[in-house]
Design a protein around this ligand. Structure first.
Ligand code: PHE
Length: 452
């Protein structure tokens, strides 16, 4: 088809990996994962999380890569080409909507990282106790002008990269940022495990207490797996639509999954020893990273340099994810409404800005305004991670499992038979049966529809 020829692609193999890893690795790994582990009982959560990654994450990711590269379309357009005139494109709209909603709270946290960079640079993080860090965070996040200002700044940064295009913007930015992130994480893990009482933190992370497992822990672990791998909402459909014909889909999926999980575990190793060493509650929630790590940096010579570097990298990891989320919505508006990429990006940024301001304000003036007992920020997080992404993933599997000819599926995943796929039948079985049924059961269980 002729429209395939002038569609953008990533330039190099390493660019493909780093952009996709950049999309997956972000605040979900370093900010959300540790506090999810902390508030869901530690190692038992980690165990279920890893099971979800293998049973659900990997099959869904490979399936999204299939859809993206096969159709070479945005998240909604893909279903329109593959199943014209059917309701399957609703999966795509669910994804585009999820991208907006995730950006609506994600850009607020991304904004917080900018505030912490500034505080590290001007010395405000120096010489404080653990209690003071907590108080400071609460005062800052419940303010109005500063957190909103930083949210706007972060959306603006994202916007600039998006309008620079796929290769020059997304790929180039990821190539520089992701390797740096790895190095600094490893350095900080080493510092953390050598703190006094570090073994308590490691035990919390790695010694499962099975009595802690409940239906809500399972739902949280599944939500975290989808959120962290960026699956279920078409982000990977969009990115893989920029893959080249010779990109190895299975290898890429495996590499992205392993790296993403590794970064999350490293983040846990970095945080929990410090949590126990400084007597911070692991259940602190969204503020956990922001109140724990400054304590660690304080223990180091030139603490402010460590803090600055860490928060810069956290901001960069967030940025490679916000651009991927923005891209889902921008590619959709651009291709489906036939308006220029620039205009589409403005439209998306405007919508995200509105949601971002509302979720930032939900820590202050909108605190009383709750949805199902959750403030707006938490409601966006819950709705996307625990409902929209798993639901999207389930439907993606059902769609490919029932509507796509196995031969076409296999041809795409093996690059027309040039790359072996030894576990193709296992993969297909998991994709068609195990993943959708497991996700369905977890939903029913959480709703209380299954006897416990
Ligand atoms: N996976 C990203 C993270 O862990 C968040 C994200 C979710 C990005 C969905 C894109 C799509 O930070």
């Amino acid at each position: 088809m002729s429209h395939h020829h002038n569609r953008a692609t990533f330039g190099s193999k390493i660019g493909v990996i780093l952009a996709t890893v950049g999309c997956a690795v972000g605040l979900g790994n370093i900010w959300r994962f540790p506090y999810m582990v902390g508030s869901n009982g530690g190692a038992a959560f980690l165990l279920i999380y890893i099971i979800c990654i293998i049973l659900l994450g990997l099959p869904v990711m490979i399936t999204e890569f299939f859809i993206g590269r096969h159709s070479r379309k945005n998240a909604a357009g893909a279903f329109k080409v593959m199943a014209p005139g059917t309701k399957w494109s609703l999966i795509g709209y669910n994804g585009v909507l999820a991208a907006f909603l995730i950006l609506g709270f994600y850009s607020v946290v991304a904004g917080w990282t900018l505030e912490y960079i500034m505080q590290a640079l001007d010395g405000s993080l120096t010489g404080k106790t653990a209690a003071e860090f907590k108080l400071d965070f609460e005062q800052f996040s419940s303010g109005i002008v500063r957190p909103i200002g930083w949210t706007i700044a972060f959306i603006a940064l994202t916007h600039i990269i998006i309008i620079s295009g796929v290769k020059e913007g997304i790929e180039r930015a990821s190539k520089i940022m992701m390797p740096m992130l790895f190095l600094i994480l490893i350095a900080l893990c080493i510092r953390s495990v050598t703190l006094p009482n570090a073994e308590k933190g490691l035990a919390f992370l790695f010694n499962p207490d099975f009595s802690k497992i409940s239906s809500s822990v399972v739902l949280s672990a599944m939500g975290q797996a989808f959120f962290s791998l960026s699956i279920g909402m078409g982000c990977l459909i969009t990115y893989s639509s920029y893959f080249k014909k010779d990109t190895k889909l299975q290898t890429t999926a495996l590499q992205v999954t392993v790296l993403d999980t590794l970064v999350a575990i490293l983040a846990g190793v970095m945080i929990f020893p410090a949590v126990f060493s400084f007597g911070i509650a692991p259940t602190a929630g969204p503020e956990l990273v922001f109140i724990t790590l400054p304590n660690v940096f304080e223990q180091l010579p030139f603490g402010w340099i460590w803090s600055t570097v860490f928060f810069v990298l956290l901001a960069l990891a967030a940025l490679t994810s916000t651009i991927s989320l923005h891209e889902v919505a921008t590619a959709y508006v651009h291709e489906e409404y036939h308006i220029s990429r620039k205009k589409a990006a403005w439209f998306v940024s405007g919508g995200v800005l509105t949601l971002g301001i509302l979720s930032s304000l939900s820590f202050s003036v909108l605190k009383e305004f709750t949805i199902g007992g959750l403030i707006f920020f938490d409601a966006l997080d819950y709705l996307t991670a625990k409902i929209m992404l798993p639901l999207g993933g389930m439907l993606i599997c059902i769609f490919v499992g029932t509507r796509v000819d196995r031969k076409i599926l296999k041809a795409e995943l093996t690059n027309e038979g040039t790359v072996p796929f030894h576990f193709f039948n296992t993969y297909a079985f998991f994709m068609k049966y195990i993943a959708p049924v497991a996700i369905g059961l977890i939903f029913l269980n959480e709703l209380g529809l299954i006897n416990r």
